[in-house]
Design a protein around this ligand. Sequence first.
Ligand code: ATP
Ligand code: MG
Ligand code: MG
Length: 350
Amino acid sequence: GSTIGILGGGQLGRMLAMAAARLGYRTHIFEPGAAPAADVAHDWTQAPYDDAEALARFAAACDVITYEFENIPAPALDILSADTPLFPSRRALEVSQDRLTEKTFLKDIGLRVAPFAAVSAADDLPGALAETGVPAILKTRRFGYDGKGQARVMAEAEAEAALASLQGAPAIAEGFIDFSMEISVIAARAQDGSVSAFDPGQNVHSDGILATTTVPAPIPASLRTDAVLLASRILTELNYVGVMGVELFVTPTGLVVNEIAPRVHNSGHWTQAGCAVDQFEQHIRAVTGWPLGNGERHANVVMENLIGDDVDRAPALAAEPGVQVHLYGKAETRPGRKMGHVNRVTGPAD
Ligand code: ATP
Ligand code: MG
Ligand code: MG
């Protein structure tokens, strides 16, 4: 097919649409709100996810549908995937929409995750904290991102107030992992089952939002291999097609999986400057049945997000050698909003 439908009109959808255009595809974006991706796509549907007619029209106009946003309601998925292939699959989407399902899946395939327990009401707290220990983190099961929908529990006495701050949303409690570093692996799986992973990057967060990703992550080669193998396990178990982001904690006893994202990932933006085929093209290749790029890295790169007013630094950054600037075309700058990023090439690949 030649038209790719993309659910979600944010910066990830925008960069997917640009990669698709480079491979000769048309893109059609579905997004309920105003969208910076719209102006780079060929078509754009602005409608809510409960507009059955708009969804059906969108699906009929697309040869394949993918997404940059995982919180698509199940009834919308029924309509979207009735007659049009959806990649990654509905199962991958549903597993990762809910932290409880996601953690259970990861644990069941033998990977290490933080101890966790479901918390639907204050009554569940004592039992859950007995499972996780204290300190713990309460996280809403759905819709959280950039550290939103989370509350730390440093002592058992704080637990009820922490839960109340989540305003009644179903939650999980997670034991606190004493990590030395956060890394992520961006991996892709093609329709023929082949898997290709990019090198793990080191992620540094600020106020719960990704600030920088550095490749290579300063970890031993054996740990890099562990990370890549573990990611590839996840993709294969899900019979996954597309790019996935896998966030990991590095601990003295090995890697612990934090969460997975069934889509291109902010911590994979460095691939735009570090690889012949970046994560966006890799994803488009996977969902359209092309061979995958091999993921090889030709440069050391530091990716820095431009959050809120950081975007004002873009012209100065652009004047530095080896810096690639990406701006998302968002109409309004707001504190905490991802406005763009820069990839700084720091040398040839180690
Ligand atoms: P994202 O924007 O990456 O989707 P998110 O809102 O889904 O983030 P998480 O990745 O679950 O949230 O958590 C945000 C950050 O909080 C993590 O990157 C990590 O720094 C810290 N964190 C989360 N869970 C734990 C844990 N169990 N132990 C220690 N730190 C944690
Ligand atoms: Mg997340
Ligand atoms: Mg995260």
